[in-house]
Design a protein around this ligand. Structure first.
Ligand SMILES: *Cc1c(COP(=O)(O)O)cnc(C)c1O
Length: 464
């Protein structure tokens, strides 16, 4: 095949630029993006001519060049991060953004972040204020702590606490608590980064108070307790309760720091889960600093929250690292809104999406599954639909053994394979992420809002 003929058919840039589609594109999207697309699309064309033996294919590609350029520009100028539908039933799905913020809070945030706000401005005094002031008092009231602050995430909270309070000293941790959390948060590594030296005590399954006691010396800067959020050691086990560790630490004039992982502020057993230690418990037990995540069971924005004794929080606030790890106005505002909800125990489970998803009755979830099935059945689809019982998870490394009874819509597509269907679901304008098992697409309705059902039926109808 004479390829040179085809290479010569690739239009020159000035010819391409004269095309009406392309001229319009430049007007809307700017010259730079369009020029980039022209370069990459003509390059693709050259590669195709070199590789292909089909005249028909090559001619088609040449004719469709303006179209390919348009597609390329559109995809380059479109945001890649989109709203998605979580049909996995895992509530704190880290890959899907962990805790969602309520629509009411999101609306309030729009006003704050789209203009100016009093982030670091004290409106009473008319002078500079502190970004933690908006929620510090509130958080102290909710947890019983003397002082509070927040940084970007819990990993940085622990790093900051150790680096501010324990730099160049030894920190004692039980061997049963040297955890790794997803995304490479490892207690020994964070310790090293902070400038503190890790001293391990006890064994994987059992650590006694005397183990800590024997290792305390002049060099000890703190005792650290880490909540084993994402795994459980069961059987012949023993760990030392916070209260006993606090008593020991204080008798030696050193602080006890606790990384509690999920920042639970309510009794989860009221929602049918097993009891998860709360921040309030730790403060009551005497912990000097307690670190926890904002976007796990607390149900807020990504943040690392630190509460405790004023003496230590002040040390953290003065640390240079705080400047590097500080929260932005979005997080500060969202945290305040979330903590305000916790003031009313009667409405908190309704107003914080994570708690509302945890506390839903299986019957309510089943109702939504039935609605979705009905809405989909009305479309002309080629698939078998059924409602099945399933189990949801908390996720995000919290309460790993807990399973919540739930309901799902199971779909067996007839036109496409499960693999193809799932791929199409991921390619939707608003992607749907389901679970796949027993050769079915399984959509757990726990994390799907009632308002989204119509939308989902519409999109799934198009696919199937
Ligand atoms: C999740 C978790 C972390 C990390 O928190 P991020 O907010 O994800 O940085 C640290 N420690 C414990 C015990 C955790 O459970």
């Amino acid at each position: 095949m004479e390829k040179n003929k085809y290479y010569r058919l690739i239009p020159k840039v000035d010819i391409i630029l004269a095309d009406k589609t392309i001229a319009n594109l430049i007007e809307c999207e700017g010259r730079e993006l369009v020029m980039d697309a022209i370069r990459s699309c003509t390059e693709n064309l050259r590669t195709l001519i070199e590789a292909s033996d089909s005249e028909e294919e090559i001619t088609k590609a040449i004719n469709e060049l303006p179209l390919s350029i348009e597609k390329e520009v559109k995809s380059a100028s479109k945001a890649n991060m989109v709203s998605a539908i979580n049909a996995t039933g895992t509530i704190l799905h880290t890959n899907l953004g962990r805790a969602p913020i309520s629509k009411v809070h999101a609306k309030a945030l729009v006003d704050i972040v789209s203009g100016y706000c009093n982030l670091e401005y004290n409106l009473d005094a008319g002078k500079r204020g502190e970004r933690y002031s908006h929620f510090e008092k509130l958080l102290c009231k909710l947890t019983g702590a003397e002082a509070a602050m927040a940084v970007n995430n819990n990993a940085s909270a622990v790093l900051l606490a150790l680096s501010s309070v324990c730099k160049d000293t030894e920190v004692i941790v039980s061997r049963g608590e040297l955890v790794e959390i997803g995304g490479k948060f490892r207690v020994p590594d964070v310790m090293e980064q902070s400038g503190a030296t890790l001293v391990e005590v006890g064994t994987t399954n059992k650590t006694h108070l005397s183990d800590y006691e024997e290792k305390i010396s002049e060099a000890t800067g703190a005792l650290l307790k880490v909540h084993t959020s994402n795994y459980r050691i069961v059987g012949f086990t023993e760990s030392v309760p916070v209260a006993e560790l606090c008593e020991l630490a204080h008798s030696k004039d050193i602080p006890l720091i606790e990384d509690i992982g999920s920042g639970v502020l309510v009794d989860l057993s009221e929602y049918g889960l097993s009891y998860e230690p709360t921040v309030i418990d730790s403060i009551k037990a005497g912990a000097d600093l307690v670190c926890f995540s904002g976007d796990k069971l607390l149900g807020g924005p990504q943040a690392g929250i630190i509460v405790g004794k004023k003496k230590y929080i002040d040390m953290l606030k003065k640390n240079q690292l705080t400047r590097a790890l500080r929260i932005d106005k979005f997080t500060a505002a969202a945290l305040e809104l979330v903590f305000l909800e916790y003031l009313n125990p009667d409405t908190v489970a309704k107003n914080i999406p994570v708690l509302s998803m945890i506390s839903q009755k299986p019957e309510e979830i089943k109702n939504r599954a039935v609605s979705l099935k009905r809405a989909l059945a009305k479309k002309d689809i080629k698939a078998k639909l059924s409602i099945i019982e399933c189990e949801s998870q908390i996720g995000g490394g919290s309460l790993p053994l807990e399973r919540l009874s739930s309901f799902a819509l199971a779909i067996v597509p007839k036109k496409f394979s499960i693999f193809e269907t799932e791929k199409k679901m991921r390619a939707l304008k608003r992607p749907i992420i389901p679970r796949v098992f027993d050769d079915m697409i399984v959509m757990d309705l726990r994390c799907i809002q009632k308002d989204d059902i119509k939308d989902i039926a519409e999109m799934m109808g198009d696919i199937l």
